[in-house]
Design a protein around this ligand. Sequence first.
Ligand code: PLP
Length: 452
Amino acid sequence: MSTSTMAPPQRPNIKTALPGPKGQEIIAADAQFVTPSYPRPAFKLVAERAQGVWVEDVDGNVFLDCNAGVAVCSTGHCHPEVVRAIQEQAEQLIHMCGTDYYYRHMPALAKKLDEIVPVPSPTKTHFANSGTEAVETALKLAMHATGREKFIAFFNSFHGRTLGSLSLTSSRSAQRLGFKRAVLDVTHVPYPNEFRNPFAEADCGDGGAAQGALNWIEERLFKTTTPAEEVAAIVVEAVQGEGGYVPAPKTFLKGLRRICDQHGILLIVDEVQSGMGRTGKMFASEHYDVQADIVCIAKGIGSGLPIGACVARANLMDWKPGAHASTFGGNPVCIAAALKTIELLQGGLVQNSAEVGAYLKSGLERLQKKYECIGDVRGLGMMIGVEFVTDRDSNKAAPELRDRVEMACFERGLIILGAGANTIRWSPPLILTKENVDVALEIFDEAIAASI
Ligand code: PLP
């Protein structure tokens, strides 16, 4: 594992108590000098190096990674072609500042995004360094392009932690506690979670949770607190990520598109977590056959390098120099990684995400039949949520059990991470093989058996 020439391990290898002695030293130093605001889970992984789907910690323990640095390392850790692209670019030009100068990388990636992002072409792209910045760009652009100030977002959504995007984010109170007020005028609507339909039957008619949410917007918000003509944009995740890996119902995004078209509202789809092949298509919106006005991208696009993008219809991005910019956004090294990542995704990894993701999902469904505590298995491609409940009659959330399973997996060398209150997310590198899945499922099975 220590060098890239070694054959990749077939199974995790845990040799020390976790964390090991070197890991403990680093955790102690971190506690002394690093902000305690990071929402780290109960298990403590201190990574030293990684290759493909394998991560080695500072004490030499080897883990099978089914989280990919929170859905970022789409091509696997340190994909040799991505590493080479980064190295070659770093030797040529590391930084120039695209806000003031030109370089070929920016139009090259923006052109590529025009081809692949589900926004009607022609598009234009603003480059950022993270997901939250891509969302900030979308919010500013929507206000600028419509001259309106209100937004509609969804409960349990996650769009970032800077003040604008935080006004949308609503997956946990800890993200807002202490910050007193939202800076933007955002109204939240329950997300149409089909496993836990938040709407009254009468509000859903024959259309299920999707219809409930659409009616909520049209019949309640527009007629009471939120006049449609004052709404700049509806911001939505096609698959809620941090909120618990919850895909939108089939008809929901089309319904939002219709509402937006009817009222001159922009549809912003946040594909920061669900984009770049994660769901078995390049973008999750493609499963819903919907084109947004603005799409936000980050995480998986750079295989680990910090890059975000806000892609919009070209006629919306009609703002003047100075309206929005970023010193580092669209840095040449990050773009080199992104272009190589897209090449690899188009060259087979999106397909692998669909195929191996379906294999993983069917294995998890088998475990659902075996264990009464698995209430729901849902998702698309390699974006799969497993929701833990006390029993399937009540479907009462079982957050402590979820945490125990997460820890038991870690102790056995499988990295998976929670999302929402009681769900485990599977967001492996898109290079995951069926053999890897077999190992992961065996460990998951053992971990559940040891935790109930
Ligand atoms: N939007 C979504 C859907 C996300 O999942 C995230 C991060 O998890 C963000 C935005 C924010 O991204 P970042 O942490 O890069 O700011």
